[in-house]
Write a protein that binds this ligand. Structure first.
Ligand code: HEC
Length: 332
């Protein structure tokens, strides 16, 4: 039966065509297939993230808390976010701190996992992580660790309790219209990055991390164009000076301000002293002295103040702590 034998080689096909066929079919597969969180993504997060972002546990007799209050060992916990609010915007990876932190240059201070502390995500893993979020961040059947979950939250993390900070952002955003990208083009052309705090929030987070020391006072002045909307401002490692901080006084909704590793000194705190909603102020590595701290005494809303490697003394910090008994002051 000669016909049967030849039928094993149905038609001649070149190696190139085989390659093309298999490539295109795998591309189609990866486009359409829904990412399975538990099978595909969880092993990556477990390897690279969870050791620092999990339930409080004992290590050498000390309780170790999850970094930044962010737990990644349960679906409900990932949805709840960190002490600073949500880190995941289902459907929008670019807007999800959980993802973009892994996609920064590895030498960026905010890169996750911190360099040298765990395996970074490969390009394929980042793409998979991004796809999972863009597809809606469905955890499927995976629940993870339920220890420490607030009662009112379901195992899947639905009906999230709104944290105090999220409530603050919500109330600050009330009545404010969301802006279009066009509105902040002055900031982007000055090298700044602008991101809405969440997909449906009119509030913005602004940083100059991509340009750092090239961001001088003139560039920083671009923030005024959307001043009403800025809730988070990161000027760390920029070339901003005391004079350049004047526009900060016109940011009524500012909650977080990072001035670390800049040359700013006491005079820079004049525009800061009137920020009623400020919860977080980072003055690490600045020239601020005890005289500057006095200007902060009226900031009753301040929750976290960082003063490492500034010029303050024990005495100045003690005095400020008296005026602001509820503020967590970190300085040595
Ligand atoms: C070696 C410990 C360590 C590992 C591993 C680690 N992180 Fe972090 N993470 C931290 C620390 C410390 C902070 C707080 C400082 C900061 O914000 O950079 C943090 C903060 C974060 C934040 C910001 C939370 C907020 O709202 O302030 C996110 C998001 C985050 N990590 C995601 C990840 C992801 C995703 C991974 C894995 C790819 C990861 N981390 C791995 C230590 C770690």
């Amino acid at each position: 039966m000669p016909l049967m034998k030849t039928s094993k080689v149905p038609f001649p096909i070149s190696a190139g065509a085989v390659l093309l066929l298999s490539l295109s079919s795998s591309a189609v597969w990866s486009q359409d297939e829904k990412v399975d969180f538990e099978k595909q993504l969880w092993p990556i997060l477990e390897r690279s993230c969870v050791k620092c972002h999990k339930a409080p546990h004992e290590e050498n007799g000390r309780t170790v808390k999850p970094k930044a209050g962010l737990r990644m060992d349960g679906a409900w916990a990932i949805k709840m976010g960190s002490e600073n609010g949500a880190v995941l915007t289902p459907g929008n990876a670019e807007d999800s701190e959980l993802w973009w932190r892994t996609d920064l240059p590895e030498d960026d201070d905010d890169f996750m996992p911190p360099t040298g502390k765990a395996d970074p995500l490969s390009a394929e893993e980042k793409a998979l992580f991004k796809k999972w979020i863009d597809q809606g961040a469905d955890f499927g059947e995976w629940v993870g660790n339920l220890e420490g979950k607030p009662k009112e939250v379901s195992n899947a993390g639905d009906k999230m309790p709104v944290s105090e900070i999220q409530e603050l952002y919500q109330s600050l955003g009330n009545g404010l219209d969301p802006l279009k990208e066009e509105a902040w083009k002055d900031i982007t052309s000055a090298g700044g990055r602008v991101m809405p705090l969440a997909a449906d929030s009119p509030l913005l987070s602004v940083d100059f991390r991509l340009v750092r020391e090239e961001a001088d006072d003139a560039k920083v002045a671009s923030i005024s164009s959307v001043g009403d909307h800025i809730a988070q401002l990161d000027l760390s490692k920029t070339a901003v000076t005391d004079a350049g901080l004047a526009p900060v006084a016109e940011l009524p909704r500012l909650v977080k301000l990072n001035l670390s590793e800049t040359a700013v000194s006491d005079a820079a705190l004049d525009p800061v002293s009137g920020l009623e909603n400020l919860r977080y102020l980072n003055l690490y590595g600045t020239q601020v002295t005890d005289a500057g701290l006095k200007k902060l005494a009226g900031l009753k809303s301040l929750e976290n103040l960082y003063l490492w490697q500034s010029k303050v003394t024990d005495k100045g910090v003690k005095q400020l702590q008296k005026a602001l008994p509820d503020t967590r002051i970190s300085w040595k």
